[in-house]
Ligand binder design. Structure first.
Ligand SMILES: Nc1nc2c(c(=O)[nH]1)N[C@H]1C(S)=C(S)[C@@H](COP(=O)(O)OP(=O)(O)OC[C@H]3O[C@@H](n4cnc5c(=O)[nH]c(N)nc54)[C@H](O)[C@@H]3O)O[C@H]1N2
Ligand SMILES: Nc1nc2c(c(=O)[nH]1)N[C@H]1C(S)=C(S)[C@@H](COP(=O)(O)OP(=O)(O)OC[C@H]3O[C@@H](n4cnc5c(=O)[nH]c(N)nc54)[C@H](O)[C@@H]3O)O[C@H]1N2
Ligand SMILES: [Mo]
Length: 723
């Protein structure tokens, strides 16, 4: 999302530098953006489609590749029906010009009854709570970093991640400014780089944020600190909430959270007493046993302290282009808690907002019987490394009748495919973010043209690949699908959602594809020209004339217009969430674990897939287990020892890194490692493979209301490997 200058010499990337004139990033860049040249030039990157015959890969032309998809998939559908086919759509989809805008085609029109994604190892608790509270499953309040004076970060490490469900340019620069004019507090079991630069690190026991926040709410009511401001008429459930938090005083949660009762009270007073303050919770508050309660209570605290929908608090952004990725779920309007409309075959996991835990995928493939999954399409995903018990998926994938991957690398997951269909490199396609601009602290639009043409004329874009596979799922051979007709149909549907007639709108264009959709979403967005009705309004053409982007400024209040609830009120105390409080109460009585595992990210990494960039892999081994000095001493372990880490899920051996920057009783591992598998083509990554921490993630350790994986707070034992 940062503005880049890509310098090209002799058809190659000579340098990538930050664009100082970019209206959004103003000269900021992180190592991910700087690596796009290396990604583009990577000799391992797949450039032509590949099919596997008798275990050997062959590069083929596109027509042959699509014919092969048909040969493989059509018989599965004929014999077992579309219910035997599923898809896994991974994280880079959200950032891709084509894939983001066309994922809804595959997911919505293919007829696959159930698909999987990393949503349930990421933000599903937030989808759930936003659906229940605001009637919008992608309506996430975002901390207004530019104008707040007190920032409480819970379970996020923007120094590594650059912010998540919070798009802000130079996020650490903004956080430094908050600290200069006010206070930054980081609530995290690890003293991260973010915590180091904050005014205070508040160590917390993993999985207990909900208990801490309940006690904050308790204090706000008990000390009469609740200040709803102008939000009051738009709230529903205040009295229910007051009753629910009444039996959660700080003393009750102090032991389980590891935070002193006085400090919890003081935190409530700080938040209530600072005119511009905000709590920001992210993946550490989602990927845990009580992710839904924690996500809900982060918002509740912001609301109760008058820091919601106001400058400096948590606000709903106003994206310049509405996101195509976000489509309503039929039958789930108005924040209905009507979940479990279906359950998975093997485990009986209930559907929540159309998703089941991604850890169900392996057993749905491996377990014989009616409804068994026999064909899989992966789109920009590496679930073998990224999802709980990925090693079980690794064992299950060879049992599929057919697997098709849309991906750019031959990695731990795609090595099991029968066909790999590569998209363009990021520099070979235009760019304008889709989903993530919904979480941006400014309303920005920014279009970049492709830097390079694609080498071959016949190469389809990823959106065309998605349309062909969608057609194949509905009975047309992939090679025969009328791509333009499906594209028009999808466009007409998008127009329909805006009350427009697709055929009339299409008359404005001589082309289809994502650029047409982007133009539609800009022109019908809040700053758009409404197809001529507001001649000064935004269009894709006017955006193209502004190569540094257009910034419409900071967030503005949006309540009640943004709410999707039928009474246009925020539901402060949804029954579905209150029903989970007894489970948290039981947690208080549980015997404390000796050691629990949490996850971490690194600045020079992106989940599993930037490890093939040499420049990002320099320096010492990052795939280590962090452990507090006192725990190491107690266990007789030393820095650099190879240790065996064992959980209910499995065991890995990993080098130990002893530190003081972690709460005693907690150990930390990065995810996305475990390269070096036979049959992959990742020269750099395979040279420093690391180990897959998700072997330790038990597939049934979940945040129950959302079905999100609890990848943090996993009980483990650690011994010297070989002992
Ligand atoms: N460089 C880089 N950037 C990335 C990524 C990457 O891999 N590398 N990944 C991208 C993706 S997909 C995402 S979703 C975002 C995520 O972005 P962030 O949400 O910022 O995620 P992390 O950096 O993993 O930070 C999570 C923090 O939660 C803490 N934590 C763990 N358990 C608990 C708990 O129970 N309570 C509390 N309070 N804290 C806890 C961890 O110690 C860790 O410091 O980053 C994105 N950006
Ligand atoms: N233990 C633990 N596990 C975690 C997490 C954690 O915090 N702890 N975080 C979770 C989170 S938040 C996420 S989002 C998931 C990520 O889970 P995934 O999305 O499954 O994993 P990635 O590593 O992001 O895999 C990206 C894949 O996309 C491919 N790719 C990259 N760019 C493109 C492109 O432009 N087009 C196509 N077609 N393919 C492309 C890469 O080759 C790779 O195969 O991991 C989750 N796993
Ligand atoms: Mo993520």
């Amino acid at each position: 999302m940062c503005g880049l200058e890509v310098h090209v010499e002799d058809g190659q990337v000579a340098a990538i530098r930050p664009n100082r004139d970019d209206v959004w990033s103003r000269g900021h860049i992180c190592p991910k953006g700087a690596s796009l040249g290396a990604v583009h030039e990577d000799p391992d990157r797949i450039r032509r489609p590949m099919i596997k015959v008798d275990g050997q890969w062959h590069e083929v032309d596109w027509d042959t590749a699509f014919r092969r998809c048909t040969e493989l998939l059509a018989p599965v559908i004929d014999r077992y029906g579309i219910g035997a086919v599923t898809a896994y759509t991974g994280n880079p989809l959200a950032h891709s010009f084509s894939l983001a805008r066309y994922s809804a085609v595959l997911l919505g029109m293919s007829g696959m009854p159930l698909t999987y994604s990393p949503g349930t190892v990421d933000q599903w608790p937030k989808n759930l709570t936003s659906h229940l509270m605001y009637g919008g499953w992608w309506s996430f309040p975002v901390p207004d970093l530019e104008r707040t004076d007190l920032l409480v970060v819970m379970g996020a490490n923007p120094a590594a991640s650059q912010g998540s469900l919070l798009a802000a340019p130079d996020v650490m620069g903004l956080i430094r400014s908050i600290s200069e004019r006010g206070t930054v507090i980081v609530v995290d079991p690890v003293r991260t780089r973010t915590a180091e630069r904050a005014d205070e690190w508040l160590p917390i026991n993993p999985g207990t944020d909900a208990a801490l926040l309940l006690a904050v709410c308790h204090t706000l009511f008990a000390e009469d600190l609740v200040d709803l401001g102008t939000l009051e008429p738009h709230l529903d459930g205040l009295e229910t909430l007051r009753t629910a938090v009444a039996d959660w005083p700080p003393e009750r949660v102090s032991a389980v959270t590891g935070v002193a009762a006085d400090r919890i009270r003081q935190l409530a007073r700080q938040l209530a007493g600072t005119p511009r303050a905000v709590v920001y919770g992210r993946i550490g508050t989602c990927n845990q046993e009580f992710g839904s309660l924690a996500s809900w209570l982060v918002d509740v605290v912001n609301i109760l302290t008058g820091h919601f929908d106001v400058a400096g608090g948590a606000m709903f952004p106003t994206p310049a282009a509405w996101s195509v990725t976000v489509q309503p779920i039929p039958g789930l309007e108005d924040g209905a808690a009507d979940f479990g409309r279906f359950r998975t075959r093997v485990r009986g996991a209930k559907e929540v907002l159309g998703q089941v835990p991604v850890s169900c995928l392996a057993e749905e493939i491996a377990t014989p019987g009616d409804g068994q999954i026999r064909a899989l399409i992966t789109v920009a995903g590496n679930p073998v490394l990224s999802t709980p018990a990925g090693h079980k998926l690794d064992e299950a994938l060879p049992g599929l009748d057919a697997m098709i991957a849309i991906d750019l690398w031959l990695n731990e997951t795609t090595r099991h495919a029968d066909v790999i269909l590569p998209g363009a490199s990021p520099l070979e396609q235009p760019h304008h973010d889709d989903l993530i601009l919904n979480f941006a602290i400014n309303s920005v639009a920014n279009y970049s043209a492709p830097v390079f043409a694609r080498p071959d004329q016949d190469t389809p874009d990823e959106w065309e690949i998605l349309i062909r596979l969608t057609g194949l799922c509905t009975g047309t051979p992939a090679e025969d699908v009328d791509v333009a007709a499906v594209d028009d149909g999808f466009f007409d549907y998008l127009c329909f959602t805006q009350g427009l007639d697709g055929a009339e709108v299409r008359a404005h264009y001589d082309h289809g594809g994502p650029e047409r959709i982007l133009d539609l979403t800009l022109r019908t967005g809040p700053f758009g020209d409404r197809y001529g009705r507001d001649p000064d309004g935004l269009t894709l053409d006017s955006l193209k004339a502004a190569p540094d982007g257009v910034n419409f400024g900071p967030m503005v209040p949006r309540i009640p217009e943004v709410l999707g609830t039928s009474d246009a009120k925020i539901r402060l105390a949804p029954a579905y969430l209150l029903d989970d409080l007894p489970r948290l109460a039981r947690r208080l009585r549980r015997q404390p674990d000796d050691l629990v595992l949490v996850s971490r990210r690194h600045l020079r990494s992106n989940n599993s897939w930037l490890h093939n960039v040499g420049a990002l892999m320099k320096g010492r081994d990052r795939c280590t287990l962090l452990m507090h000095r006192d725990d190491a001493a107690r266990l007789g372990l030393h820095d650099g020892d190879l240790v065996a880490v064992t959980s209910a899920g499995g065991r890995i051996d990993v080098p130990l890194e002893v530190t003081e920057a972690i709460k005693p009783g907690v150990v930390s591992m990065p995810h996305g490692w475990g390269h070096g598998k036979q049959g992959t083509r990742l020269t750099v990554a395979n040279g420093s493979p690391g180990v897959n921490t998700n072997i330790l993630s038990p597939p049934d350790f979940l945040d129950e209301p959302s079905g999100n994986g609890a990848l943090n707070g996993i009980p483990v034992t650690v011994t010297r490997a070989g002992d």
